[in-house]
Design a protein around this ligand. Structure first.
Ligand code: FE2
Length: 440
């Protein structure tokens, strides 16, 4: 049989195919319950290879070992059915196994190869983009979509979602005009396309159009909150836009409403929580006792050694709550991870360890030490994964550290760097004004 884009499937069940098409559309939109859709289909069709593959692959991209058990069950079930699988399904099984072995680069490339061979396989396109995102590969976020785009037009189901992915890639490459236009078109085609909505929010963030960003996200909020799989991250973007437009109380309210209420159950949610509270705290805003719950949720993840990007956010919570023992455990796990042969070792060695030391020093008010750790990693932050908007918190921290250290030349330079891309940001103007007041 074939899915709705004519990709071959080894199943003979039309119900299973319909469930896969539905779950894929849900995942493309980051909306609904794609896992539940597939789990229900597998009850009737336990030999549905692509169903198990879908689950294993989705759990893979959680970037959180808390979900390894779910992934292991799905991947084992898929591997047990390898003899029944077609070549594309076998390629997916191999990709998921590579990811489970922490080979994020190999898995991402494998998903990209599936998309090259089957350019209308939107699941492979999406997973390759997720992999490139976690690896911080800005160019591939754009170019992997460009490889398949000639095979897409509005007659192909899911075309709008591919536009949403293209928009994000264009944005991460700084092509803001095309990114905004393509992103808005994606959202006009599918108002519940949370990824397309998110791509437009990124453009507005990167161009310093904070009030527009807050309006965009507030205006689309009903489409990405209820049953939204990107609800936490888009709420983070909304809070960031509110903070940058001079509304810290609004940012805190958005944190409580849009992030905290989701339960802080996933590492990616915790990264959003940490990044927002850290910015607020660094600006001198009182965040009350909110750090405690975030640090509690990071504690059991301190020794995962999975992904430096997570570790760089975990330390914010530990340092803000005086949890030195947790920082010690985190650093020990990172030092072990730094010796492994795979990509997180590179991330950890080149960026992660220095950043964790820098954040901890900042929290200890050792601003010169914080700068000594943070400044050398700013030029290569993208090695640690994520987006420009996410990684900006570390540049923000370095700027604040330079101000507090009384380092006028560096504070002036970093503030000027920030104002070059976002001249209207009140926060960046504040950084520049404070730098100008430092003794020469
Ligand atoms: Fe984002």
């Amino acid at each position: 049989m074939q899915d709705c884009r004519a990709n071959a499937l080894s199943t003979t069940s039309s119900d299973a195919v319909a469930a896969l098409d539905a779950a894929t559309a849900e995942l493309n939109a980051f909306h609904g319950d794609p896992v539940g859709t597939i789990v229900a289909a597998l009850k009737d069709q336990p030999d549905f290879v692509m169903g198990h593959v879908f689950l294993a692959t989705v759990f893979a991209t959680s970037m959180d070992r808390t979900f390894d058990g779910y992934m292991d069950r799905a991947l084992s079930a898929a591997e047990a059915l390898t003899a029944n699988a077609n070549p594309r399904e076998r390629a997916y099984i191999a990709a998921a196994r590579r990811w489970r072995s922490d080979d994020f680069e190999g898995a991402t490339e494998a998903w990209g190869e599936i998309a090259v061979d089957s350019p209308r396989d939107i699941f492979a396109i999406q997973m390759a983009q997720q992999g490139d995102f976690f690896l911080g590969r800005s160019l591939m976020l754009r170019d992997r979509i460009a490889r398949v785009l000639p095979h897409w037009d509005e007659s192909v189901p899911g075309y709008g979602f591919v536009l949403g992915m293209q928009a994000f890639g264009l944005e991460e490459c700084g092509d803001y005009r095309r990114a905004e236009a393509v992103g808005r078109e994606a959202v006009s085609r599918n108002p519940q396309d949370s990824w397309g909505t998110h791509a437009v929010a990124h453009v507005l963030e990167m161009e310093g159009r904070a009030e527009e960003g807050a309006q965009w996200l507030r205006g689309t909020e009903p489409d990405w909150t209820e049953n939204g799989l990107l609800a936490c991250h888009n709420a983070w973007h909304l809070a960031l836009a509110e903070l940058e437009s001079g509304n810290p109380a609004g940012a805190l309210a958005t944190y409580d409403r849009g992030i905290l209420t989701l339960g802080l159950t996933q590492a990616l949610q915790l990264c959003d929580a940490s990044a927002l509270l850290w910015r607020l705290s660094a600006l001198g805003h009182d965040v009350g006792d909110r750090w405690g719950a975030v640090a509690d949720a990071w504690e059991p993840r301190a020794e995962q050694g999975l992904y430096a990007f997570n570790d760089m956010h975990a330390v914010m919570a530990f340092a803000s709550t005086g949890r030195d023992a947790a920082i010690t455990r985190l650093l020990r796990a990172m030092e072990t991870a730094a010796r492994a042969p795979l990509v997180n070792a590179l991330m950890t060695r080149e960026v992660g360890l220095a950043t964790v030391h820098g954040i901890a020093a900042f929290a200890d008010r050792n601003y010169a030490t914080a700068l000594a750790h943070l400044m050398p990693v700013l030029p290569k932050l993208s090695l640690s994964g994520g987006s420009h908007a996410q990684r900006d918190v570390f540049h923000w921290t370095a700027t604040e550290a330079a101000l507090r250290a009384g380092n006028r030349p560096l504070a002036t330079a970093l503030a000027a760097e920030r104002r070059a891309s976002r001249p209207h940001s009140p926060i960046n103007r504040g950084f520049a004004a404070r730098a100008a007041q430092l003794p020469a």
